[in-house]
Design a protein around this ligand. Structure first.
Ligand code: NAD
Length: 454
């Protein structure tokens, strides 16, 4: 049996060895998920709702344990990890309201009655990246289960521990074993079977744009439904009329949270030229003030990168002579540490400014005027999130409408609330998760005409 050794990224110590699901085991799990469909679908709406609320309660009761598991497996700060486990609970509670509200329509027609039903899709495969193992899993499985689908969840190879625990909690809450299964394993094996196996009717994929394109192409062969949440190179646009102190004080947290391993990281800061020098003056102490260290300590604001390989990739963006303006600190010794780093590339064509580094590096460039800011923000294949700092309401609205991204915030870096829609423009994704409409993406509309004249 092949296995994966989970390493604590803050200490490089072995945490645990996890068996990897084989292709044959994946097929068997898919068959069980398919067989479980009729009985899960037949659970009365109120009972399905109650089961999801019990699942939420089980997650809540285990919140500290789940958070500690994430600290050890992923190097997330304990504060973030608690929020992440709480997000799973909140999603389950939020979507537990859906089963009784999956209403169709009665549409006027001649000679009878026309009604629509929101039918479950069938077996749904959810493929999760390593950067937010808990929330991203729940963004898929909570609405999918609520809509009456059975779910297979594949965590990332590097970060399976919380998903395995969440499956145990589902069981404890009374969710039948074959209705929600967690299959730790390789993308090329388990994830690929979700794409190619005809019984899986939808793939929910969050990960790199490169793999997302392969998933979409693979799903096309069976016209399989697909939701994609992919990469980002998000702009934080700071106008000269903004509260510069606040903009500079918060900018590090908009990009260095989760050590920059965040699809929504504001990894490009665009500053209006007239405010550039002042902004950089204010940004430097803010970056140096980010508390980097033991992720289990309450005061820590940034932990390590996920793996040695990933740190190597991030380091590759800073060859000798790289335009580093200033850096924060990071522990030395064991652990995949990387200090918060601010770079000032010479042009907007520099890979530091165009590529998703997925680490704690932020590139700052000046712009001149509103049109230039929007053009620079949009000069990317990505379109996930972004921030706009200004005290001019009209400008905030104009720029929000002009920036091609799915999730924007004005005078804030908040991107994710479970009750508002989330997803990307352009090559950042396809479809929307979260919010009031996410359940629809796990149903098909069926239209039925009943002849009243026979
Ligand atoms: P990745 O694409 O390498 O892997 C993501 C998942 O896909 C993993 O579970 C992996 O095992 C699986 N996978 C890999 N190859 C596969 C294949 N051929 N078939 C099926 N599954 C396969 O991404 P990653 O490095 O784990 O995550 C980082 C990326 O995720 C970044 O680009 C980041 O922006 C993106 N991301 C996007 C969002 C969003 O909501 N838009 C959120 C988080 C992360």
């Amino acid at each position: 049996m092949s296995t994966f050794t989970v390493i604590n990224p803050a200490t490089e110590e072995v945490v645990q060895t996890v068996p990897l699901t084989s292709a044959e085991e994946t097929d068997a799990a898919i068959a069980r998920a398919r067989a479980a469909l009729p009985s899960w679908r037949a659970v009365a709406p109120g009972d399905r709702a109650r089961l999801l609320r019990r699942f939420a309660d089980a997650v809540d009761a285990d919140l500290e344990n789940l958070a500690r598991l994430e600290v050890v497996n992923s190097g997330h700060t304990i504060g973030n990890a608690r929020w992440e486990a709480g997000n799973v609970r909140d999603l389950l509670n939020y979507y537990s309201a859906a089963p009784e509200r999956l209403v169709g329509k009665q549409i006027p027609v001649q000679g009878g009655v026309n009604i629509t039903f929101q039918e479950p899709l069938g077996v749904v495969g959810v493929i999760v990246p390593w950067n937010f193992p808990m929330p991203i899993a729940a963004w898929g499985f909570a609405p999918a289960l609520a809509a009456g689908n059975t779910v297979l969840l594949k965590p990332a190879e590097l970060t399976p521990l919380t998903a395995i625990r969440i499956a145990e909690l589902a069981r404890e809450a009374g969710i039948p074993e074959d209705v929600f299964q967690v299959l730790p394993g390789k993308g090329s094996v388990v994830g690929q079977r979700f794409v190619t196996h005809p019984a899986v009717r939808k793939v929910v994929f969050t990960g790199s744009t490169e793999v997302g394109k392969q998933i979409m192409a693979g799903c096309a062969a069976q016209v399989k439904r697909v939701t994609l949440e992919l990469g980002g190179k998000n702009a934080n646009i700071v106008f000269a009329d903004a509260d510069l102190e606040k903009a500079a004080a918060t900018a590090p947290y908009g990009v260095f949270d989760n050590a920059g391993q965040d699809c929504c990281a504001r990894s490009r800061i665009l500053v209006e030229a007239s405010a550039y020098d002042r902004f950089m003056e204010l940004l430097e102490p803010a970056v140096r003030g980010v508390v980097v260290g033991d992720p289990g300590a309450e005061a820590t604001e940034m932990g390590p990168l996920i793996s040695a390989g990933h740190r190597e990739k991030v380091t590759g963006y800073l060859p000798d002579g790289a335009p580093v303006a200033f850096r924060g600190s990071a522990p030395r010794g064991s652990g995949f540490w990387f200090p918060p780093t601010v770079v000032t590339p010479a042009s907007a064509g520099d890979p530091l400014f165009t590529e998703e580094i997925f680490g704690p590096i932020v590139a700052v460039l000046p712009f001149t005027g509103e049109a230039d800011a929007v053009a620079m923000a949009n000069d990317t294949e990505y379109g996930l999130s972004g921030s706009i700092w200004t005290s001019d309401l009209g400008r905030a609205l104009r720029v929000s409408r002009g920036v091609e991204a799915g999730n924007l915030s004005v005078n804030s870096h908040a991107s994710v609330r479970y009750w508002t829609p989330f997803g990307g423009f352009k090559q950042s994704g396809l479809g929307r998760e979260l919010g009031p409409d996410a359940v629809d993406a796990f149903t098909e509309t069926k239209n039925v005409f009943l002849n009243a004249e026979l």
